[in-house]
Ligand binder design. Structure first.
Ligand code: CMC
Length: 428
């Protein structure tokens, strides 16, 4: 007999099937629970709830393992590039030379955005956070490509929507930055590769030639690969949930960008640098801030530490820490906050509070230091995360569509007033 779980309610026994993944992860399938018993399950923050079956990313938080489509993150970060990893995530296999050339060429040919996009951009006040602009402009792609709203797109039409989004997001991201500093935007140069093109749009001036530094391109490829997917995190679950209502790829990803913006999620990379700056301005006493983080009466948390699923070293943090050292050395940058970060990490890793709670540095702890060295301003850090996460969001949205998943609609346990009669205003 296949394995099942027994649930006993009001003296009656119910068998719930066990589902097993390819990495032997086990789940109790409770999809028939309410129908059979009238009960639902309650799991605030979804700490124990699998929302879907997915074949894209595997992670083991206890062992610190992360694989995209079976390939270890360490190998991809070392040997692949961002566009190849995007193809892998979205289409499930490593591309052949021809497939990769075709995918890259298509992305290059779609980098230009409609000139009306600039008018929308001009309407944002200079105080706008680039994440808000990014989310709004990605959503506005539905206006330029209304056919993307069709929930019954053919595979070719869906592929075109995917290519457009992959291509245009870097133009939109770089333009939101240029707009925020009052500089003219740069048009994409399609002879450049994905990362070089983005750097050119970010940093070139109409008045000067811009040489793309290969050290920077390499580091950017690595960072984007490390952020490219992370299974059912907050923003990805948002993308799948919004998409499950048959919303378009662009509106679903726009919602994911808003979720990513939160400081407990992608916004943490900006918060880490702000925290390190604060420690530096305060005299550099990392112990003091460790104590603040441990104090339950103090809302301060050590940003870039802890993770919902990693109860071991985040494998991405290990790679990023080394990359931070390499990039700063190669570029001759001496950033005092790198030393503060290392001191803080060492102090936390030896402190019983962090050890007992299994709080380790996460992907965001060192990424901001690299972005800073690359000349990327602090409020663009989370935009960089979004650029990296895009192929993951796309792959997850596509998988959800192809698997014809039903609309996502959690239930609740109601804790409000029971029925009562309306009271007219003069009697309240
Ligand atoms: N500093 C101090 N204490 C912490 C921290 C931290 N960064 N993170 C967790 N704790 C404590 C928390 O107070 C709790 O203690 P206690 O058991 O005594 O009440 C315990 O550790 C468990 O924390 P939790 O909040 O229940 O854990 P969670 O899984 O709900 O939260 C988290 C995970 C990432 C939101 C949290 O660790 C955090 O707020 N970290 C700082 C923000 C951050 O770096 N976020 C980026 C996450 S990685 C990139 C991404 O996914 O976007």
């Amino acid at each position: 007999m296949s394995e099942s779980a027994e649930i006993i309610l009001d003296g009656k026994s119910y068998q719930m099937p066990i589902v097993e993944g390819t990495e032997n992860e086990k789940a109790i399938d409770i999809s028939s629970l309410r129908g059979k018993t009238g009960y639902i399950t309650l799991d605030s923050g979804y700490k124990n709830t699998g929302a879907t079956k997915s074949a894209i990313t595997f992670l083991d938080g206890e062992l610190g393992i992360l694989r995209y489509r079976g390939y270890p993150i360490e190998q991809l970060a070392e040997r692949s590039n961002f566009v190849e990893v995007a193809y892998l995530l979205i289409y499930g296999t490593l591309p052949t030379t021809e497939e990769l050339a075709d995918f890259s060429d298509k992305i290059r040919r779609h980098t230009l955005v409609n000139e009306d996009m600039r008018k929308i951009l001009d309407g944002f006040p200079s105080t706008s956070h680039p994440m808000g602009i990014l989310s709004a402009l990605v959503s506005s792609l539905t206006a330029f490509y209304p056919e993307s709203l069709n929930p019954n797109q053919t595979t070719e039409e869906m592929d075109l929507s995917i290519i457009r989004l992959m291509a245009k997001i870097s133009t939109i991201a770089a333009w939101s930055y240029k707009n925020s500093i009052g500089h003219p935007v740069n048009y994409p140069k399609n002879q450049l590769d994905y990362c070089s093109n983005f750097l050119h749009m970010m940093f070139a001036y109409p008045t000067e030639d811009y040489e793309v530094n290969p050290v920077v391109v390499d580091a950017l490829n690595k960072l984007l690969i490390l952020h490219a997917d992370h299974e059912q995190n907050c923003s990805t679950s948002t993308v799948r949930l919004v998409g499950s209502a048959n919303a378009s790829l662009y509106s679903s990803v726009s919602a994911g960008i808003s979720a990513l913006w939160g400081p407990l999620h992608g916004g943490a990379n900006q918060a880490v640098i702000e925290m390190l700056e604060q420690i530096k301005a305060d005299g550099g006493d990392s112990k003091k801030f460790i104590n603040k983080a441990k104090d339950k009466d103090d809302p301060f948390r050590l940003m870039g530490f802890g993770h919902r699923v990693y109860k071991n070293f985040d494998p991405r943090a290990k790679i990023i820490k080394k990359t931070a050292d390499d990039v700063l050395n190669a570029m001759g940058v001496k950033d005092p906050i790198l030393n503060i970060a290392k001191e803080l990490e060492e102090a936390a890793l030896n402190d019983p509070y962090f050890v007992e709670r299994k709080l380790y540095p996460n992907v965001d702890f060192y990424s901001g230091i690299i972005y800073r060295a690359l000349g990327i301003p602090t409020d663009m850090f989370t935009v960089m995360f979004a650029l990296g996460r895009l192929p993951g969001w796309i792959a997850q949205w596509k998988e959800m569509r192809e698997n014809k998943e039903p609309i996502g609609r959690p239930r609740q346990v109601y804790t409000g007033e029971t029925e009562r009669d309306y009271v007219s205003i003069d009697k309240r």
